[in-house]
Write a protein that binds this ligand. Structure first.
Ligand SMILES: O=C(O)[C@H](O)[C@@H](O)[C@H](O)[C@H](O)COP(=O)(O)O
Length: 267
């Protein structure tokens, strides 16, 4: 199995969300069959929520044994629990609150007041991740990590030319000057994101075309953080036609009916 980056293009945002949802359901069933349990890292943003809503409305939703999945986020806005702008609030509304999950399956980042300040909140969550890890690792194995991509090429809360995108030692960092409001956020660092078996980037719209084109053309990670996203087994850019406008034709996967047999190449 090669770990080349794949670009899968869809006609529009709705088809994109539906396709990612279908692929996720199939993949996570395979992972649970193989490993017995799974860790999934969700993303904020409109595409992240659209995918979760598509999973929730899928006829195959309840083919997944959700009780064996722990949910994390790649980043979180540092806002009070329940704030409508928090990523976990939006993920709950789109999917998680429609499933029968134990509270322990949902690993929300801390909110203001949980820890003395945002930096200690970052340190605290590093311990939460370590407690969930095995074999002395600093964080669990993420089977699928979703990422949205900003027009500037940011992923999670790793923004171009910010120290967080260059951080390679820490597991969780505090971002206090996010160009995308709100200013204060917590984020996994790139090495942790890239420890994931699969990194699935989901982006739609003409405003993402430049960032995607640059990321696939090998831009510097500091300039275009999405350029640095790479899963251990698979890295897939799920995009719509508008976002794909600047992607070289040779990087776009031939359109084919994807079957699980194709996916067995991962084993
Ligand atoms: O907290 C956040 O804002 C997200 O984690 C962020 O990284 C988002 O995924 C991108 O900005 C893309 O957002 P859209 O999908 O809405 O364009």
């Amino acid at each position: 199995m090669s770990n080349e980056r794949r670009v899968l293009v869809h006609p529009d945002k709705e088809a994109l969300a539906g396709s990612v949802a279908a692929r996720f359901i199939t993949k996570i069933i395979d992972v649970l069959d193989d490993l017995g349990e799974a860790n999934v890292c969700l993303t904020g943003g409109t595409m992240g929520s659209a995918v979760l809503a598509a999973i929730n409305s899928s006829p195959a939703r309840d083919s997944v044994d959700w009780s064996r999945i722990t949910f994390w986020w790649g980043d979180e806005r540092y806002l009070p629990l329940g704030d409508p702008d928090r990523n976990d609030t939006q993920s709950r509304a789109a999917l998680l609150d429609h499933l029968q999950l134990d509270a322990a399956q949902i690993k929300s980042f801390p909110a203001p007041g949980d820890q003395p300040d945002i930096e200690q909140a970052a340190r605290y969550f590093e311990q939460v991740l370590a407690d969930a890890a095995i074999d002395g690792a600093r964080y669990p194995r993420f089977d699928v990590t979703f990422l949205g991509v900003g027009p500037d090429g940011h992923i999670a809360s790793l923004f171009p030319d910010h120290p967080a995108v260059r951080e390679t030692e820490r597991v969780v960092v505090a971002e206090t000057a996010s160009p995308k409001p709100p200013a204060e956020r917590l984020s996994l660092t790139l090495p942790v994101i890239n420890s994931s078996d699969r990194v699935w980037l989901v982006l739609a719209g003409a405003d993402k075309a430049s960032a995607l084109g640059l990321a696939l053309a090998g831009a510097n990670v500091n300039d275009v953080p999405a350029a640095g996203a790479e899963g251990r087994k698979r890295t897939v850019f799920f995009v719509d036609k508008e976002a794909a406008a600047e992607v070289p034709e040779n990087l776009i996967a031939p359109s084919y009916y994807w079957t699980s047999a194709d996916d067995n190449s991962e084993r």
